[in-house]
Design a protein around this ligand. Structure first.
Ligand SMILES: Cc1cc2nc3c(=O)[nH]c(=O)nc-3n(C[C@H](O)[C@H](O)[C@H](O)COP(=O)(O)OP(=O)(O)OC[C@H]3O[C@@H](n4cnc5c(N)ncnc54)[C@H](O)[C@@H]3O)c2cc1C
Length: 491
């Protein structure tokens, strides 16, 4: 069959070389700042976190309520909870594109449990608030995270979407109308009342503030899906059980229970019916676009951690009179593991470039941490207008009004990063255990913990099966009318 060169098909220049298309816009300052963040996280992860990781895992195995407060205190001391909060609000300003994902890889190579179970739950909550474009609420919460951290106290946020009967269905907009949701909000004088249950919420038991996603009308969830803030001590809200899960023990996966929990108007992040219909799907897509790339970085970190564990073993373990590292089969196996790390890393970095063009408006991230921007942002005129409806509308348009093909590309790349990172992490953990034999099964060797941890990355942020269908839908089928794996909804 002849190729039609007027139709770029699936492999236009932008589809194929996202990073290359984007190179010209990368500022030298942004790269320097990414390096600085990375070095700070490396120091924290390698010198402070590493010595505590295995004992924290064991402690929670014995008692699921023994959440590691000592690690959290260290994270506060090293300013890890505000790393990605913009500089103009006082945070570390590590950008979503260049800065934060290498930091996530670094942290996950040492402890995916603390990274995913505590920091990622917090990151998901903050990402949801960022994307909501409610500047007033975002600023209020971000400033609180920063000020509490400066005072030596953790202030954590989580994000509750999943419910006992609805996991994948709430991650995929096309499935939402068929989702068996139970959590809902009712409109009342001065706010809303939330009832229902959420489950498997990362960091629920350590969060000070819960970001809740629930519809106003269970019969029209796609149109009325909204976002609320619920402080942990709110009447009508209770923490349920902590799941006894196989891995990522250092972070709780929590049940949240709402029984007529009142949310005042100032804590309604957005009401789905106030969002233009064209942007509703984009909000969900933008949150997942960010967080799935982060899971890709997590998986890459685990792949690296498994490689490093196997390498350390191979350098010391004697076999047939020589250490393993001198045997060709071990050299090949280690090289395969290293190749996996580099391949997974290339994908999440490339996906970061797509995120930059698909969601973030113009040059915003490049000057977000500049002093002049902080001064401008705090100026009297900016203070007067920044919470106005006009500014909000402009921000919604800036973030969600991008061309359809940019969003399709982001959906493809973010799922690709998530699946490749987590599958690669799984493969490397498997290879590490193969190489290490019975020693790898011992808790103190670290490999079996990584193996238990990485499985969870294949499940959250949409299972890898669902992410594959998401990629099919937003890439292979994007120009094929009527071809949609989700069009039938849930049987
Ligand atoms: C450690 C951990 C932390 C988590 N943290 C959070 C959190 O902080 N906040 C939050 O909201 N959620 C969180 N989750 C929940 C997570 O997002 C869900 O587990 C995930 O979306 C999958 O949903 P599910 O487990 O209900 O699986 P289900 O949706 O029940 O899927 C079961 C199986 O069916 C398949 N499947 C489902 N639908 C389809 C379809 N249409 N077509 C084909 N196959 C399909 C799936 O691939 C899977 O194999 C967390 C989960 C874990 C494990």
């Amino acid at each position: 069959m002849r190729l039609d060169f007027d139709d770029p098909g699936l492999f236009s220049f932008e589809d194929s070389f996202a990073g290359l298309s984007h190179l010209g816009t990368i500022k030298k300052k942004a790269i320097l700042s990414a390096r600085k963040d990375f070095e700070a996280v490396r120091e924290f992860a390698q010198h402070h976190l590493r010595p505590l990781v295995l004992s924290a895992d064991l402690a929670v195995q014995k008692d699921k309520n023994a959440l590691p407060d000592d690690i959290l205190a260290l994270a506060v001391k090293h300013r890890m909870l505000s790393l990605f909060i913009p500089g103009f609000i006082g945070g570390g300003g590590s950008g979503v594109m260049y800065g934060i994902n290498p930091c996530i890889e670094e942290m996950s190579s040492v402890d995916p449990a603390f990274q995913a179970g505590v920091l990622a739950g917090h990151g998901l909550g903050m990402a949801a608030l960022t994307v909501s474009q409610n500047l007033k609420i975002f600023e209020r919460v971000a400033a609180k995270v920063v000020s509490e951290e400066r005072a030596g106290r953790p202030y954590l946020v989580d994000c509750a979407i999943t419910e006992p009967m609805a996991g994948s269905d709430v991650e995929e907009f096309d499935l939402l109308p068929h989702a068996r949701l139970v959590s809902r909000a009712g409109r009342v004088e001065g706010g809303a009342l939330i009832s229902g249950n959420k489950c498997f919420i990362s960091g629920g038991h350590t969060a000070n503030l819960h970001v809740i996603v629930a519809p106003f009308d269970l019969k029209r969830p796609a149109e009325t899906l909204s976002m609320f803030l619920v402080p942990k001590d709110s009447p009508g809200f209770n923490l349920g059980r902590i799941e006894e899960k196989m891995g990522m023990k250092a972070g709780s996966a929590s049940e949240l229970v709402f029984d007529g929990c009142f949310v005042p108007n100032e804590n309604i992040v957005y009401d789905g019916e106030d969002i233009p219909a064209a942007y509703r799907e984009r909000i969900l897509h933008s949150v997942l676009g960010m967080t799935r790339i982060a899971v890709g970085a997590m998986g890459t970190g685990v792949a690296r951690g498994a490689f490093e564990t196997a390498l350390a073993f191979a350098k010391t373990r004697l076999w047939k009179g020589k250490t393993l590292i001198h045997h060709q089969w071990a050299q090949e196996m280690l090289t395969n593991m290293l190749m996996n790390v580099y391949m997974a890393r290339a994908v999440y970095l490339e996906a970061g470039c797509v995120l930059f063009t698909a969601v973030l408006p113009g040059a915003l991230p490049a000057f977000m941490n500049a002093r002049w921007f902080e001064r401008l942002y705090q100026s009297p005129i900016a203070r007067r207008i920044r919470y106005s409806q006009r500014v909000r509308d402009a921000m919604l348009k800036g973030f969600f009004g991008k061309p359809r093909e940019d969003n399709e590309r982001l959906q493809f790349y973010s799922s690709l990063a998530k699946v490749v990172g987590s599958d690669t992490g799984m493969e490397n953990c498997h290879l590490a255990l193969e190489m290490m034999g019975e020693h790898g099964l011992r808790h103190e060797a670290g490999a079996e913990k990584l193996f238990r941890d990485i499985k969870l990355c294949q499940i959250f942020e949409g299972t890898n099966q669902l992410n594959r269908l998401h990629m099919f839908n937003h890439f292979i089928a994007r120009n094929l009318p009527g071809v949609n794996p989700f069009s039938g909804g849930r049987p």
